[in-house]
Design a protein. Structure first.
Length: 318
């Protein structure tokens, strides 16, 4: 954390990586251009198109910002970590904010991050992500943990489970001092953001929560389905040992690996039993469905972790 209040922070670079989400990208840019500044800072938006066909170029060129500047570049290699690094390499501002191309920002998003960084003397902050669904999405699906982040009091120190680039704000000097970038090994598996911010934490930059910095994440119908959430949860489990840097230790120490396997298999078995009890002793329909879904998520995470011990990596962004 910073040792003193940094009231001289005047510039922010907002980094957006996009891939063939033209309609959503336009909505995002509109929300970014409406940021309230109170003359405290200026900002630019850096859009990195991870499509070699430059499909986002027309959207950016036709957009006429009134409140900020915008820059468009292409990262031709399909690798989300390289695309994020392309954005970081173009940053020159005091702070960097990141947001996904399927999100929109509250009009006070940057302002609340800016004020929180000063108030809490924080170099790394994360904010709240509110899910947005189509009207016909079932209630049990809307309540699924994968769509809902834990809310904490602003100023709280947060753990690795909240690290992501969907709503982040950090001091550029922190990553430049440490020569830190996103690891290309996670470019097709995902998890590059969690790994990145975990590295920052290990270098002495803990993350602080800002509940007032809000973005809205749109989930289309194809993502509000059991198959997608199980795949995403499986990937989270599958990436865990790589993010934590434990892969060499676990994959080379046979005794430890087999011990971990046994623990995961036991956990899966216990969760399967709990899930079948939900079927046998049905209660309220919605609650029962939510319980079954939660058990399935646990099984998916554990299966991902288990297969990682066999050196299997699930590539979500191929």
């Amino acid at each position: 954390m910073s040792n003193a209040l940094d009231t001289k922070t005047k510039t922010i670079d907002v980094c957006v990586v996009t891939y063939r989400r033209l309609h959503l990208l336009k909505k995002l840019l509109l929300s970014l251009d409406r940021q309230i500044k109170h003359n405290l800072f200026s900002y630019q938006v850096i859009v990195v198109d991870n499509d070699r066909q430059r499909t986002a170029k027309t959207v950016v060129e036709r957009f006429e910002p009134k409140n900020c500047s915008i820059r468009y570049v292409v990262e031709p290699e399909k690798n989300i970590a390289l695309a994020r690094n392309r954005a970081l390499n173009l940053c020159a501002a005091d702070y960097i904010a990141t947001i996904d191309d399927d999100e929109t920002a509250d009009e006070c998003w940057l302002l609340n991050f800016f004020n929180a960084a000063v108030q809490y003397r924080a170099d790394v902050l994360f904010g709240r992500v509110e899910p947005v669904f189509e009207a016909k999405t079932p209630e049990y699906m809307k309540k699924c943990p994968i769509f809902n982040c834990e809310r904490l009091p602003s100023g709280s120190i947060i753990g690795i489970e909240s690290y992501n680039t969907g709503n982040a704000y950090f001091k550029r000097g922190a990553i430049e001092n440490e020569s830190l970038r996103f690891d290309p090994r996670f470019g097709q598996t995902g998890g590059e953001d969690t790994h990145f911010f975990d590295q920052l934490k290990q270098k002495g930059y803990p993350a602080v929560w800002c509940d007032e910095a809000v973005v809205f994440h749109y989930y289309p119908p194809e993502r509000a389905r059991l198959r997608w959430i199980l795949q995403r949860t499986f990937r989270l489990g599958n990436n865990a040992i790589y993010i934590m840097g434990d892969e060499h230790w676990l994959l080379t120490q046979s005794s430890q690996r087999f011990k971990q396997m046994a623990c995961l298999i036991e956990s899966i078995a216990k969760t399967v039993v709990k899930m079948f009890k939900c079927f046998l002793f049905k209660t309220d329909g919605q609650n029962n469905t939510s319980q079954v879904l939660n058990h399935l998520l646990i099984i998916a995470v554990r299966m991902g972790e288990l297969l990682s011990l066999f050196n299997y990596r699930y590539r979500e962004y191929r």
